[in-house]
Design a protein around this ligand. Structure first.
Ligand SMILES: [Cu+2]
Length: 490
């Protein structure tokens, strides 16, 4: 689904700068570098282009060979830092490579293929506000006897159905808050607005049908338990069982690098495990991250057929990364890492506490054995399973994806995705299943409310040291970690 721009915008902090001291060639761009990139672009020929907007800025990673060489050297030299920048200006998309060390533009070309860069928060925010000023929409709200000041609108991406020529468009659906904070539970069904993003204007308006707005009662999702006391938390690594040095994490026999970007969110790279027999590190994973999610809804009606979201490519897991709540999202023994990305104006934005890292004591048994064949003895031994988890949460509209990278002492890495949040809901005139006379393409979850059928496909890419692969998995509502067997490829 799409991003609740009105909430996410306020959680960003235009950052005060921090520069990391320990260098790793795959370190994400820091705020100083982001400022430098923006200045380089502004001072180049691109700076005079009309309506220059930043859609994506990330590290242009050095070649794997160079990184591997750096890993096996004394790690004193630094590799050249470059950034890939996607901007839009004058109705065109440009892909630019910036050399950060020399403050220069290495390449710049206009992209003319299919598709568009991710939407900016500004675009999503402006599109969400358009209906509230639109006369025909105001009339529709009046006709339904609703109060315009209680209406929230949410922009949705439109999918692609084979059109040869497309424009950057969004469809906007609206919801009625009155008496509920669960915006998605109270859809104002039957109205669809098409917004042309480049001109930021409503180009099509359709008020096709009416259904009762589902009742507000019983929709509040807020916990009655209140916030846990986090006074015992501290930011040091002491007693946590692992160490974090800038982006490098060491735990048990593992050492790995944790990065972050606006698209993928958490990126795990150069993960190695110490082989006590050989007395050397064995390289396990070069780079791993979620590369795309696809969430198609299975309702062919006019208001729903286009809801086929690609949460990462269209919005970004990193952009949707939420500040983690201690003792709710992560346990007491967690340490936190901030995430940085670039706003539409090219300035650095900080997501405080975007990633947490903690030791998990699951209560499982790592191994055990009882030996009764030693005369006169019962020998019983074993160890509990302890793992290290790197977690982020992407809050994408009504959904919250909890993404875990779990490192095990055995040498394996498990990737788990849990889905929580609230379902995407459609208003219907039916109050119970016996009344139904037609397909509602979902489950009637309460009076006048259908949770619409859909799938979540998550694609993850694992680049091993000597090979790579991407796998596709589908899951809904439950946590079933995908276990990747670690193969010694060296
Ligand atoms: Cu879902």
């Amino acid at each position: 689904m799409t991003i609740p721009v009105f909430l996410v915008l306020v959680s960003f902090i235009q950052c005060g700068c921090f520069v990391s001291s320990l260098y790793h060639p795959l370190d994400p761009l820091n705020p100083t570098e982001i400022d430098q990139i923006r200045l380089t672009i502004q001072e180049s020929h691109l700076g005079s282009l009309p309506n220059l907007t930043y859609h994506f800025v990330d590290l242009e990673e050095p070649d794997k060979e160079d990184v591997l060489k750096w890993l096996s050297s004394s790690n004193e030299s630094k590799l050249n830092r470059r950034a890939q920048v996607v901007v839009r200006a004058g109705g065109e998309t440009r892909e630019v490579i910036v050399d950060i060390n020399n403050d220069s533009i290495v390449s710049d070309h206009v992209y003319s293929g299919h598709g568009y860069p991710p939407l900016t928060f500004n675009e999503l925010f402006l599109a969400s506000k358009l209906p509230l000023q639109y006369p025909e929409f105001k009339e529709s709200i009046l006709r339904r006897s609703l109060n315009l000041s209680e209406v929230s609108c949410v922009p949705f991406t439109v999918g692609w159905y084979g059109e040869a020529i497309t424009r950057r468009t969004l469809k906007v659906a609206c919801f009625y808050r009155e008496g509920s904070v669960n915006v998605f539970a109270r859809p104002i069904e039957g109205i669809t607005l098409l917004v042309d993003v480049d001109s930021m204007k409503i180009t099509t308006y359709n008020d096709r049908l009416r259904a009762p707005v589902p009742k507000a009662e019983g929709t509040d999702f807020q916990s009655s338990k209140g916030k846990p006391n986090s006074s015992t938390l501290n930011d040091t690594n002491v007693g946590k069982g692992f160490t974090i040095d800038d982006h490098e994490v060491k735990w048990a026999n593992w050492v790995f690098h944790v990065g972050f970007n606006a698209r993928a969110g958490v990126i795990i790279s150069t993960a190695s495990i110490f082989d006590a027999k050989k007395k050397e590190f064995r390289r396990v994973l070069y780079r791993g991250h979620i590369s795309e999610t696809f969430v198609p809804y299975s309702d062919p009606t006019n208001e729903w057929y286009f809801r086929t979201f690609m949460d990462i490519g269209e919005f970004g897991f990193g952009r949707a990364a939420d500040t983690l709540q201690p003792l709710i999202d992560c346990p007491e023994n967690a340490a936190y890492m901030d995430g940085y990305m670039v706003g539409a104006d090219g300035k650095a934005q900080k997501v405080p506490g975007a990633i947490c890292i903690f030791e998990r004591h699951s209560g499982d048994v790592a191994w055990r054995h009882t030996e009764i064949n030693v005369p006169g003895k019962v020998i019983r031994s074993g160890e509990q399973q302890t793992t290290l988890v790197v977690r982020m949460i992407a809050n994408v509209g009504n959904y919250d994806y909890i993404l875990d990278w779990e490192f095990k002492r055995s040498g394996s890495i498990a990737v788990g995705v849990a889905l929580t949040g609230v379902p995407a809901m459609k208003a219907t005139s039916y109050t119970n299943t016996k009344e139904r006379t037609e397909n509602v393409y979902g489950t009637l979850v309460t009076e006048n409310t259908v949770a619409v059928n859909h799938d979540h496909f998550l694609r993850k890419c694992n680049f091993f040291f000597l090979s790579h692969g991407c796998t596709l998995s589908s899951r809904f509502g439950q946590k079933e970690p995908v276990v990747m067997l670690v193969t010694d490829l060296s």
